[in-house]
Design a protein around this ligand. Sequence first.
Ligand SMILES: [Zn+2]
Length: 63
Amino acid sequence: MAAQPRFRRVTRFGPVKVGTYYDGRGREKHTAACTAPRCGFSVDYDSRTAAELAARTHRCPVR
Ligand SMILES: [Zn+2]
């Protein structure tokens, strides 16, 4: 797996964290990633709003 990007402005929604990072071409990307072990939910978005919405609506299967 590639090196972890440096996340900025990390916010937590339940078990899901949303962080902003710059991809290899200097564009802002927003990732929603669940911290629950074995869940594996992790999605990239171009929009911070979309990432936060996905985090808020994530229904974790691992609880
Ligand atoms: Zn989850």
